[in-house]
Ligand binder design. Sequence first.
Ligand SMILES: Cc1cc2nc3c(=O)[nH]c(=O)nc-3n(C[C@H](O)[C@H](O)[C@H](O)COP(=O)(O)OP(=O)(O)OC[C@H]3O[C@@H](n4cnc5c(N)ncnc54)[C@H](O)[C@@H]3O)c2cc1C
Ligand code: SF4
Ligand code: SF4
Length: 436
Amino acid sequence: MSNLQVDALVVGGGIAGMQVALDLGDQGLQVALVEREASIGGKMITLSKVFPTLDCCSCITTPKMSAVAHHPNIQLFTYCEVQSVNENNAGFDITVLQKPRYVDESKCTGCRQCEYECPITVPSTFDRGLGAYRAIRVPFSTAVPQKAVLDIDNCLLCGKCEKICPVEAVDFTQQPQTFSIEATAIVLATGFELSELGAKKEYGGGELPNVIDPLMMERLLAPTGPYGRVLRPGDGMEPTTIAYVQCAGSRDQTLGIEYCSRVCCMYAIKQAMLISGALPMADITIYFMDIRTFGKGYEQFYQNAKAMGVEFVRGKVASIREDEDHNPIVKVELTEDGHIIERTHDLVVLSLGMLPGGSDQAFGLTPSSDGFVAIPAANASPCATQRPGIFVTGTAGGPMDIVDSIITASAAASDASAYIRRKIGVQVEQPEVAYA
Ligand SMILES: Cc1cc2nc3c(=O)[nH]c(=O)nc-3n(C[C@H](O)[C@H](O)[C@H](O)COP(=O)(O)OP(=O)(O)OC[C@H]3O[C@@H](n4cnc5c(N)ncnc54)[C@H](O)[C@@H]3O)c2cc1C
Ligand code: SF4
Ligand code: SF4
């Protein structure tokens, strides 16, 4: 592939990366957006509804994904990873690895005939293993781009997809390829990963079938979810008592994750409200140490959940085991009186925390003590990293919600745009601002 010259490289196509790319593109700057997965959308496209408005996540995210794909100033590179970054006088020389899709993107029309023909079923990472898809598939119904990707590790090489494809797009000979991008500035939007489900052994995550992670619950609640309703994965039963364990992956020295992940209280409250709607007879309990409702309208959201009958129990969950029917039994030390109680639920969701999503080594940055991209002068320049010309946005810089991810995206776009214009010598017109 030939070398490409752009004003800005955006790394990561979640909500933050898409917003940066759109803001920069709208300003007339040329942008390359590199995403390591086969589609853009990040975590947000997998969510059901958003707190605090309970708007449909897909309805907000899909138009942005489509706007990125069709923007005349944005070039999208999916299934790609940045390998190295070298500084030069003009900015950065970036080497990008294009992973093989085994499908020619320029030919594939997204008709999915290959998918219908493929005999191999594998757990769907999009549905966090709760559903399944084929070894060759378009990643999910609203994926951008709508191009198939072939999972070679699970492929039988039976050739059925190759035969059925009407445009001869399947190509088993594809190899990893590298190409270069020259960019004046870089914006890191590499996002977050959930902390590990099994990190706290005493909670049984990954061992007990009815102890799940919160992104699994998002998929169970999503209209496009794997079962179309909330069923517990252990045996497909409709749960009637559901519990949340807060701070199951944050504020915990034993895990080395001492910070608050900021969104877990709110997503647990949101999911509890959505479950109340989906399963009106269900009892929902949230075991918590503190409830943190930091954003606009968030405290009212919490009060609404209480008014709807969601039970909030202040206590420290010591352990979770299961009975003979695989019902999780939660042992809690109540903070108010020190009593220890045990309660049986049908399903338990561990409110896991946020860990950094991408590695910043290729960009020559030293992470901060919590592992997220370091922001040396957070109060003065919340999107500036240690290296001039490299900016950070969204959860790549630390835990935050969607509102803050979008705000920091526009802030990073503004910083990057000013930097690019300074660097390439374009005069920035100073607005006339009158200060009182
Ligand atoms: C269960 C749950 C429910 C939530 N519900 C809500 C809610 O209702 N409301 C709300 O405001 N917030 C909610 N959040 C928080 C919300 O998900 C995040 O604020 C938001 O998704 C952050 O977006 P992002 O773009 O920073 O990161 P991400 O969505 O993680 O996107 C990062 C992207 O970068 C890509 N990437 C990573 N590394 C690389 C690399 N090296 N090269 C190329 N690409 C890379 C990833 O593949 C990904 O596509 C929830 C979080 C969880 C866990
Ligand atoms: S690879 Fe061929 S059959 Fe599969 S979605 Fe693309 S065009 Fe359709
Ligand atoms: S060659 Fe692989 S991906 Fe294609 S149909 Fe056969 S098993 Fe599925």
